[in-house]
Design a protein around this ligand. Structure first.
Ligand code: NAD
Length: 428
């Protein structure tokens, strides 16, 4: 059964995009060329091939990646993605975005990313568990609670993190086991996870939209929004927007696109997708729509929350939204960005918009490290405070320099590295 739609080349150019975004911002602040040289490349790149026994007794060999871009501000941090498009360039691009995201958020972390090149829908739960455990074993001591801390990303979740944690701990000497709980974040609550981490990214995306709307004096009530990707980020963003009175009028996922001009019920759609192998297609009271027409749907807010390079020069001229809130990493390519700028469509850039996830992860890591347990209310309150501060800093920088939000966000992040490399110098 092939339900998944083909999206050729979706990842191509992600590395080029992040490099262009970085270099454009570096030009604006006339970044020291020596610091630019350091930041343009990744620190470490690990590619592992590992065998796993399948349910039918055959052995399959998988390729996994972990790219560590920069750790001058703290341990490497970033998700693990299970997807056919995962390769070294995708991991490099996503690792770099993590560096800018954690720096912008003011966290004591660097940037990393990785994953396995595979289509998880082709494997049983037992196979995915063995693949994950064997991948963790192959990563060995290249990850660690004070070295490099993975988290969930596309097609990985709290369960994946629990398997990684268990494998990592099981391969350590007994005395070091329980103190390694913070080797991954995004764990199930029963296995050392934090309240609120499940919704942290979507809540953060929602908050940036809310702050933008407040700044523009636009009420969110009855505003029409469309979401690409109805997984962790897409669902939780929709959940909070619906609570604020906004209306979800179209959703696209890996299986297709559905619309309803009167509004789709977020919770009913979530329950439906859960029953249907994650697919939204066939949801009652919805009309199917051509995938290619998704971004042209009439709406006020567009939330790409799936993969990279989805908003392109081809569909950017057709977008009706006044705001694009980047739940996904790298959803807008550089050529599209220029068109959106000319059309006065605001973009809340990924490194700000979806940073609630890594901030939530930081809170989980801190709790594990300090032996604390925070309530959901406490987590969401702290998250909101941090997201508001970060949004304000980006808005103020954008105004002060007369640049768009993305350039402003990159400038703030890069300035942290300018400071750290100037203060620490270069070994030896
Ligand atoms: P997920 O696996 O929970 O959900 C992914 C969703 O995207 C699914 O609904 C899937 O059907 C859909 N999708 C996959 N391919 C698609 C395609 N070609 N077209 C349309 N839809 C497609 O993943 P997630 O954790 O929600 O991550 C989504 C995005 O958000 C990614 O870019 C990820 O890097 C980014 N992000 C995630 C987090 C997090 O905490 N999970 C944090 C920051 C950023």
């Amino acid at each position: 059964m092939i339900k998944s739609k083909e999206k050729k080349n979706q990842k191509q150019g992600m590395l080029e995009n992040v490099m262009t975004q970085f270099n454009q911002a570096a030009d604006l602040i006339d970044l020291n060329p020596n610091i630019r040289k350091i930041l343009e490349v990744t620190n470490n790149e690990l590619v592992v091939h590992f065998p796993v026994r399948m349910d039918n007794g055959e052995v399959e060999v998988f390729t996994g990646y972990r790219v560590q871009h920069n750790n001058s501000l703290g341990p490497y941090k970033g998700g693990l993605r299970y997807h056919p498009t995962v390769d070294i360039d995708a991991a490099r691009a996503l690792a770099m975005w993590m560096t800018w995201k954690t720096a912008l958020a003011g966290l004591p972390y660097g940037g990393a990313k990785g994953g396995i090149q595979l289509d998880p829908s082709k494997y049983s739960m037992a196979e995915l568990e063995r693949i994950t455990r064997r991948f963790t074993y192959a990563l060995g001591d290249n990850i660690g609670p004070e070295l490099d801390i993975p988290a969930p990303d596309v097609n990985t979740n709290a369960q994946t993190m629990a398997w990684i944690l268990d494998t990592y701990m099981s391969t350590k000497p007994p005395a070091a086991r329980s103190s390694n709980m913070h080797v991954v974040t995004g764990k199930p609550i029963g296995a050392g996870g934090s309240e609120g981490r499940d919704r942290a990214t979507g809540f953060g995306v929602f908050l940036t939209i809310k702050f933008w709307a407040e700044h523009k004096n636009i009420p969110l009530e009855n505003k029409r929004f469309i979401v690409q990707g109805f997984g962790n980020v897409g669902y939780w963003t929709s959940h909070f927007l619906e609570k604020e009175g906004a209306k979800l009028v179209a959703v696209q996922d890996a299986f297709g696109t559905i619309t309803n001009d009167e509004g789709l019920s977020v919770e009913d759609l979530f329950a439906y997708a859960k029953e249907n192998e994650g697919s939204i297609v066939g949801f009652p009271n919805s009309t199917p729509c051509d995938n290619a027409d998704f971004f042209a749907i009439d709406c006020d807010i567009c939330i790409p929350a799936a993969l990279g390079n989805q908003i392109t020069a081809e569909n950017a001229p057709l977008i009706k939204a006044k705001l694009i809130a980047e739940g996904a990493n790298g959803p807008t390519d550089v050529s599209a960005e220029m068109i959106l700028r000319e059309r006065n469509i605001d973009v809340i850039p990924d490194i700000l918009c979806n940073s609630g996830g890594v901030i939530g992860s930081y809170f989980e890591w801190l709790q594990n490290r300090n032996g604390e347990i925070w309530s959901l209310e406490e987590v969401l309150q702290k998250l909101e405070k941090k997201m508001r501060e970060n949004f304000e800093r980006v808005k103020n920088k954008a105004e002060a320099r007369s640049v768009d939000y993305r350039s402003a966000a990159f400038i703030i992040a890069i300035e942290r590295f300018e400071q750290v490399y100037t203060q620490r110098g270069i070994f030896p």
